[in-house]
Write a protein that binds this ligand. Structure first.
Ligand code: N1C
Length: 252
């Protein structure tokens, strides 16, 4: 009887661990990366190694953008650069819109998808990766996730070409917020004549195409790039998300 009870307890424990057990940071990284590895030329072991090198055993407030240079080089983009979509404060809406379409936001690239939503840092004197006790986004400028997104967004904007789209949030007063990654990094890296036009898409509410905030965007844009702005209803965007056969340009 004791043996049977012990076996049952072990069985229940194993089942619980499998169903409730969370992946470690490294396991999550490798799991997400492996989805890209099979069809393409990526080597996830090498990519993990390059990633770790950027922040392990370092002060988590002293990770500059260029710490991720070799990571970005180890996982080059392979998307259609003329299908680039940028966003600010509209991440979920953009995720839904580009799902099942060939249009690409940063979270659809290997490194963007692997690190999306994660927090990480190292500590001096340790070879581990931590997910707790890491600096907040605004706590210090050079924290590991912030420098990573700045570095990756730089690379993403650098390869963009032809006609690009920017989806902004009309429910706030400053849809083009000077402190965001889009405003501090991406807008400056979208270059003419490589990029011909930028189309802002906004669901008009507190802000619309005539807002002051968008005038600031227009003047921050590199000279030569044609600026367009389109107001579109939320209902139309939702409809477009559920109908991926409609080319994204026909959604507005
Ligand atoms: O600061 P934001 O938005 O303007 O950044 C968005 C802009 C996009 O165009 C992306 O290409 O910058 C790129 N980008 C991401 O793709 C991304 N994925 C996840 C920037 N940040 C990203 N994150 C996380 O969202 C990141 O951890 C940071 O905290 C937010 C930035 O979101 P935001 O302020 O709405």
């Amino acid at each position: 009887v004791t043996v049977v009870i012990s076996l049952v307890i072990v069985f229940v424990a194993v089942v619980l661990e499998i169903t409730l057990g969370k992946r470690t940071f490294k396991q999550e990284f490798e799991y997400r990366c492996s989805k890209f590895e099979s069809s393409k030329k990526y080597n996830c072991t090498e990519i993990w190694h390059e990633f770790e090198k950027a922040y392990v055993n370092r002060d988590p407030c002293k990770i500059p953008m260029n710490a991720y240079d070799s990571l970005v080089a180890a996982a080059p983009f392979e998307h259609a650069y003329n299908k680039t979509l940028f966003w600010s404060k509209t991440k979920n809406l953009v995720r839904d819109l580009t799902k099942n379409r060939d249009d690409v936001n940063l979270e659809k690239t290997l490194l963007g998808s692997v690190l999306d939503g994660l927090t990480w840092c190292g500590k001096m004197g340790s070879s581990e990766t931590f997910t707790k006790g890491c600096p907040e986004w605004n706590e210090c400028v050079n924290n590991p996730p912030r420098s990573f997104w700045n570095r990756l967004s730089t690379a993403f904007a650098d390869v963009a070409c032809e006609d690009v789209t920017l989806i902004l949030d009309g429910s706030i007063d400053t849809p083009f917020n000077p402190s965001t990654t889009f405003a501090t990094i991406e807008v400056k890296r979208i270059k003419y004549p490589k990029v011909k036009s930028l189309t802002v898409v906004i669901v008009p509410q507190k802000s619309n195409c005539n807002s002051e905030s968008l005038k600031a965007l227009k003047s921050a844009l590199v000279q030569g790039i044609t600026y367009n702005c389109k107001e579109v209803t939320e209902a139309k965007i939702k409809k477009c998300s559920s109908d991926p056969k409609t080319p994204i340009g026909k959604c507005w």
